[in-house]
Ligand binder design. Structure first.
Ligand SMILES: Cc1cc2nc3c(=O)[nH]c(=O)nc-3n(C[C@H](O)[C@H](O)[C@H](O)COP(=O)(O)OP(=O)(O)OC[C@H]3O[C@@H](n4cnc5c(N)ncnc54)[C@H](O)[C@@H]3O)c2cc1C
Length: 392
């Protein structure tokens, strides 16, 4: 069977590409349904883009690579598409846009766009051997118990990263890149909870508090959440993408307000109150209890000198922790690293060395922050490859 274009992976990027790549498109996936990660994303409501999406919100060895695709297919273009399909949406926080009703509406929209373009979708299809004769790709596909040999002028690799293997993530994109001689930046889990070896936060499981979390040279102001295994919550997930094994993270537990003058004031008005009681007005009580095992929090607030209060504030604003590891691909929302962008055209996502070979979405070394940025990269890179294929 002959096709103009074969797209491997009917996820966010692959479906977007199929809708724009012109005639003769076959898109395949080994899953039973397309867009499974879209379906479960954003708690079932899909955080489909971010009003503030810009290249600064992406991690890549080449921070300039994402500019072209993001600049030519923007969040506003995707919002237009969502509006054309009558999907109701709202901004939740920090520019994050969610469906009012269900993420399934985004999948239905992409399927409708693919149908309009005449793309064929084969599900429960496994990829076998791939070869290239200089002008066309030959791919063995296993479907319904049979092997079908197909050829295509363009091969678009859109099979995502390694995150959440239970949902069908395989890392096939990296294998295909390696087969064709494209370098791959070592993949690692991103947007992932961090764990601590001694289960020291177990008694705090369920406690959440606003904080500023620093990892590497980047920091995020959002909530942190203590879990049975360690730390999660948006600020920790964001920071995890900048954290490397063995490094520390620093947490400012009092970034939201000026604690020192507040404590000095309470020393005048509430002098007889225990220091832990006063602190519990500013931080969750269970967290104060935990901190009292690290630093002396004894006596009444009236007993505390300025120097003691200042040392306390220093500790709370520079709480330094060494995670034992992350929860890994089992729970990571994304995979950092991937196909080296040096090997791809930023305008078309096409390989610089193998004509007709494209990589889009999460399998490329471009990873977004939490908040709708990863889907925006999938839409933008999928569109960039699609329109380049249609134009050729
Ligand atoms: C729980 C969770 C929630 C998320 N929520 C959000 C959110 O709200 N907003 C946001 O921006 N991002 C979110 N993300 C990240 C986002 O889902 C991904 O970045 C995005 O789906 C990547 O798109 P993609 O098309 O590159 O890959 P995917 O959407 O993962 O699609 C890849 C497709 O390839 C198929 N595939 C894989 N291997 C093979 C193979 N060997 N053979 C055939 N097919 C294969 C898969 O079945 C899949 O359908 C979330 C991720 C997770 C895990």
């Amino acid at each position: 069977m002959e096709f103009e274009t074969l797209i491997i992976g009917a996820g966010a990027a692959g479906m977007m590409c199929a809708a724009h790549a012109g005639p003769g498109v076959l898109i395949i996936d080994h899953a039973k349904a397309p867009g499974e990660k879209i379906r479960i994303s954003g708690g079932g409501r899909c955080n489909f883009t971010n009003l503030h999406a810009s290249p600064q919100n992406f991690i890549s060895q080449n921070k300039h690579f994402c500019k072209s695709a993001l600049g030519r297919y923007t969040q506003w273009d995707f919002i237009d598409l969502v509006d054309q399909h009558g999907i109701a949406w709202h901004e939740k926080t920090l520019g994050q846009l969610f469906c009012d009703h269900s993420a399934k509406e985004i999948i239905a929209m992409l399927r409708a766009e693919m149908d309009k373009a005449g793309a064929q979708l084969w599900l429960q299809t496994e990829v076998g051997e791939i070869s290239h004769n200089g002008s066309r790709f030959s791919i063995a596909l296993q479907r319904e118990g049979q092997t079908r040999q197909i050829t295509a002028g363009n091969l678009v690799v859109a099979c995502g990263g390694k995150s959440i293997p239970k949902m069908g993530a395989t890392g096939l994109g990296y294998q295909i890149a390696t087969q064709f001689g494209l370098p791959v930046i070592t993949p690692r889990p991103g947007l992932v909870p961090l764990m601590f070896s001694d289960e020291k936060f177990k008694p705090l499981a369920g406690v959440a508090t606003p904080a500023r979390v620093h990892a590497g040279d980047t920091s995020f102001d959002e909530a942190i959440l203590f879990t049975h295994r360690g730390l999660s919550g948006p600020a920790v997930l964001q920071a995890s993408s900048y954290w490397r094994e063995g490094e520390t993270i620093k947490i400012n537990l009092i970034a939201g307000g000026d604690l020192m003058p507040a404590l000095q004031g309470q020393r005048q008005t509430d002098g007889r109150k225990a220091l832990t009681t006063v602190l519990s007005q500013h931080l969750p009580a269970r967290l104060v209890d935990h901190l009292s095992q690290e630093i002396a929090l004894t006596g009444n607030i009236a007993d505390q000198s300025d120097a003691t209060l200042a040392a306390l504030c220093d500790h709370l604003s520079d709480w330094t922790l060494t995670p034992a590891g992350s929860e890994g691909y089992r729970t990571a929302e994304v995979t950092l690293g991937g196909v080296d962008t040096d090997a791809l055209s930023s305008k078309t996502m096409q390989s610089k060395t193998v004509p007709g070979l494209y990589f889009i979405g999460e399998c490329v070394d471009v990873t977004g922050w939490l908040g709708g940025y990863n889907f925006q990269w999938a839409w933008s890179s999928g569109w960039a490859a699609g329109q380049a294929i249609a134009a050729s």
